[in-house]
Design a protein around this ligand. Sequence first.
Ligand code: G4F
Length: 338
Amino acid sequence: MGKVAFITGILGQDGSYLADFLLSKGYTVYGMKRRLSHEHENNIKHARDQITLVSGDLLDHTSLIQCIKKCQPDEVYNLAAQSFVPESWAQPVYTGDVTGLGVLRMLEAIKEVNPAIRFYQASSSEMFGKALETPQRESTPFYPRSPYGVAKVYGHYATVNHRESYNAFACSGILFNHESPRRGMEFVTRKITNQAAKISAGMATQLALGNLNAKRDWGFALDYVEAMWMMLQQERPDDYVVATGQTHSVREFVELAFKRLGMNITWEGEGVNERGLVDGKAVVIVDKKFYRPADVEQLVGDASKAGAQLGWKQRTSFPELVNMMVDNDVKMLKSGGS
Ligand code: G4F
């Protein structure tokens, strides 16, 4: 008999790639769906007949118990969250409730229904925030810079605590930024590739961004979901950093994206006055409204533990990732999408 997996956040980028990956391994896949999320089923539409969606919410402990009783999973992957960092200043309490306490609710539900279930928590490099060492590894102290980062730290320690208090098979994957053609349009990478494709097609004239100097360790989401699965196949539960070990600025991402479209950017000005020019025209501008009250300036991870103990390695380079995302958006626009 194949294994059964239950995934929260299945309609998002990571959840949909993880579902594809587990289906290819012969798993029966269940996903949790909030009452309002049906309009976002795009990411799983190719595999919709192979996935069973059950109704539940990380805010509702009873619903989690019912989900677990119904699906009887061997493995639970908790990928659901309020995951957009800027929104966490607008909705800090909600973010803490879903992204932080939601993890504890799920852990408690598992303990109550079947403590043998293996649990994966989607932790984040945002926990390192104003990083206290470079590169960041499992032992690096946390210094979160947003209500989102604070909530993720809570979820991480709830996971560690259930492992240490109740012997739960609970793992925390500290994943650095991971992107793909399925990335939401609000995140900077997809915002850039989508708008650049529109500019190149004459459907838009400008791309407005915030902090161009922020640096991130960007990998490909499909490579990263494999690491989640690997963590739950080990003899013992543990925490792992998953990252590429390289960091690039938002500005570099912009340059590569436009280069893929045959447009070379030159920069002039500084800070909010900085502009990216193509043939003398300002196609990239800086808008203060995209600045954050406190940003994470630079992240770069050390995934050597995941390499040594899980055998995980990144397969997709940074330029390959950017090109893949740009090409996807060009194709999508040509076929009438937006
Ligand atoms: O793409 P972002 O919004 O991702 P961020 O904040 O790093 O968070 C993402 O990765 C985390 C993993 O470390 C996840 F936990 C989290 O859920 C999410 O998936 O922003 C990246 C950087 C920031 O420094 C931001 O200030 O890009 C900068 N940026 C500059 N202009 C912008 C923009 N970000 C967005 N979203 N939009 C802009 O116009």
